[in-house]
Design a protein around this ligand. Structure first.
Ligand code: SF4
Ligand code: SF4
Length: 259
């Protein structure tokens, strides 16, 4: 989900979809293009994607990030995004494409779920955020010539993408803060940036950090949150994002505040 400049929305490619506007689409294995869209992609992964994929693949989040992603700084951002690495074959296929099918389908990333719709986030002066959607199938996609129709809402339900979109929107709101450099002289690979990276992309390490360091002595975290994060990855990710907000910008939340 990109952070969009409301002044430049008209320059974006694709058809903007209002809440009641529909689009035709159906993706089926009998279409000639089946699997063609899983190649040579700039596929950005958000923290919730990493959580789901690492579980699907039986890896830790650290192993997943090391093995499958590249950290990149997008223009105008001071915190890295993660790009999924493609296979080093001629077609640069997605590493999770096997015999024409997605091997991680139940836990496929948000961008794959939402495709060929792309979502963007516009943030206002008070940090409030609104979501915008664009219909952007590539020319070769035959799904757009089929008869089924969806709105953004019915597509989101059809693709079981509600939690992904909620978590990606939370992530987008946090990323919007990074349009201003919070690192001072340290830069985006300094010690504080590494902590923020751990608390969002490397959740297994963050869980260990919360439980084994002095974190809970230095921060006021409600008991129900401490209990939940033992097993609940969503709550842990929520705590990670809230903590980044606290230690970089001093913004407290229900989950975490200074003692
Ligand atoms: S190109 Fe379109 S219709 Fe073809 S597999 Fe991809 S999403 Fe489905
Ligand atoms: S994760 Fe699955 S759906 Fe997404 S690009 Fe890879 S193979 Fe295709």
């Amino acid at each position: 989900m990109k952070i969009l400049d409301p002044e430049r929305m008209d320059e974006l490619p694709g058809r903007r979809l209002g809440p009641d506007e529909s689009f035709c689409f159906e993706c089926r294995p009998d279409l000639e293009c089946f699997g063609q869209c899983c190649r040579n992609l700039n596929l950005f992964l958000y923290p919730y994607d990493v959580l789901r994929l690492r579980k699907n693949l039986g890896m830790t989040s650290g192993q997943f990030v090391d093995r499958h992603t590249h950290a990149v700084l997008r223009p105008g951002s001071h915190f890295p995004d993660l790009l999924l690495g493609m296979e080093e074959n001629e077609e640069k296929t997605c590493p999770f494409l096997g015999r024409g099918l997605c091997r991680v389908y139940a836990d496929r990333p948000d961008a794959c779920r939402t495709f060929p719709v792309e979502l963007g986030l516009i943030t206002g002066p008070e940090g409030e955020a609104g979501q915008v959607a664009f219909f952007r199938p590539p020319d070769f996609c035959q799904g757009k010539d089929q008869e089924r129709t969806f709105t953004v809402e019915t597509w989101e339900k059809d693709q079981n993408a509600l939690v992904h979109h909620r978590m990606t929107a939370q992530w987008g709101r946090l990323m919007a803060h990074f349009s201003v450099d919070p690192w001072g002289g340290e830069g985006p690979s300094g010690p504080r940036a590494r902590m923020a990276f751990m608390a969002t992309y490397n959740l297994d390490e963050f869980r260990r950090f919360v439980r084994e360091s002095s974190f809970l002595k230095r921060h006021d975290v409600p008991r129900d949150v401490v209990k939940k994060i033992r097993t609940d990855d969503l709550e842990l990710l929520g705590l990670g994002m809230d903590w980044v907000r606290l230690f970089l910008w001093g913004i407290p939340s229900r989950r975490v505040r200074p003692r």
